[in-house]
Each structure stands twice: as C-alpha cells, then as structure tokens.
Design a protein around this ligand. Sequence first.
Ligand code: TPP
Length: 185
Amino acid sequence: MKGYEVISSLKNHIGKNNVIVSSNGNISREVYNLLPQPQVYLRGSMGLPIAVGLGLALANSKMKIIVITGDGNFLMGLSSGITAAFYKPNNLKILILDNQKYYTTGGQKTVSSVINYSEFLNSFNIGYNHSMNASQDQINKNLSSFLNSNTLSILHLSIEESKMDLENIPLHPEEITKRISNKFS
Ligand SMILES: Cc1ncc(C[n+]2csc(CCOP(=O)(O)OP(=O)(O)O)c2C)c(N)n1
C-alpha cells in the first residue's frame, strides 16, 4: 500500500478531537492535501514529530493526537519514542510509515531495514503495538483498533513509494500553531 492511501483512509477514522502531527516533507504535504484541516504540519523540523505530539498530548487531554512519521524522522527522533513509552499518554497514537527511504530528499536509504520492528516496539512495553506489511483491508482493520485503543499505541506499516504532485503547504509555522490553538481554546 502507498503512503498516501494510508493517509487518505484515515479520513474514515478521525473525529473532531483528533489532531494529526505530521513529519516534515512529503508526509506533511499529503496530510495537508488529503485530510481535513487544520492539523499540525511540521515544516523542516526533522526528527521532532513524536516530541511535538507527546508535548501536545501531555499538555491537553482534550486532544487525541495522531503522529504520522516517516521512518527517517522516527529514527532521527528515537529518544522521543522511548520517552513517549515512559509517559504512556493514552491520547497519543504513533503511526510509522516506513518506505526505508528519505523519499522527500531523493530516496536515499535510511537504516530502517536492520530493525525488527515487532521485537523493538514490543520492548517498549506499551498496550498496543503492531508492525505489518499488509493489504488495504487488513490495514483498515488495524487502523481502527490502533486509533480506538485506550492506550498509547504504535503502528508500524511498511509502505510502497508514493509519488503525487501536491500543493506545498502555504502556511507559516506560527499560523499552523494559531489555527490549532484557536480550535481548542
Ligand atoms: C536536520 C535535518 N536534516 C535533513 C533534512 C532534510 N530532509 C527533509 S525531509 C527528509 C526526509 C524525511 O524522511 P522520512 O521521515 O523517512 O519521510 P519520507 O521523506 O520518506 O516520506 C530530509 C532528509 C531536514 N529537514 N532536517
């Protein structure tokens, strides 16, 4: 399955209190273009989506945070994944879209292929984690149990490369922050 297909299918699962925090580059562009707005689109802050998502989840229990991160971003910010597993906020879900590449900057290989994600995420000792390379039907079912679980959850999906011509995000980070604060004030 392609990354943009997974992101599009989230449309059927998200509610008004969900806030998506998307990693920089292609994933943020896909979230901006394919899902309802506003969300938190990171721009340039590589490695930080889980740190930002964790901070929001701990600061505001009304927000149901879904972090969508590429494998390059996940690996760069690994310590924040482990910090999330320490605090275990039940309003935080982390979706890793793993194409084993830095797709945004030309498709250089990440080091993701050496990780056994099932074993690695299992060692976090959290309520729900899952790693899969599966059909759309299976992924849809897993998205539903992932998002509805009453605990910190991590879902790792192996995805195929996607290529879409998408509009760049025309918003300054300050506007992105303001739009979300206004929604929850
Ligand atoms: C500190 C830093 N290094 C490099 C970059 C350039 N950069 C932007 S997006 C990106 C790739 C992100 O890879 P991944 O999270 O796997 O997502 P994908 O592009 O594959 O969707 C890179 C290297 C950056 N923005 N910041």
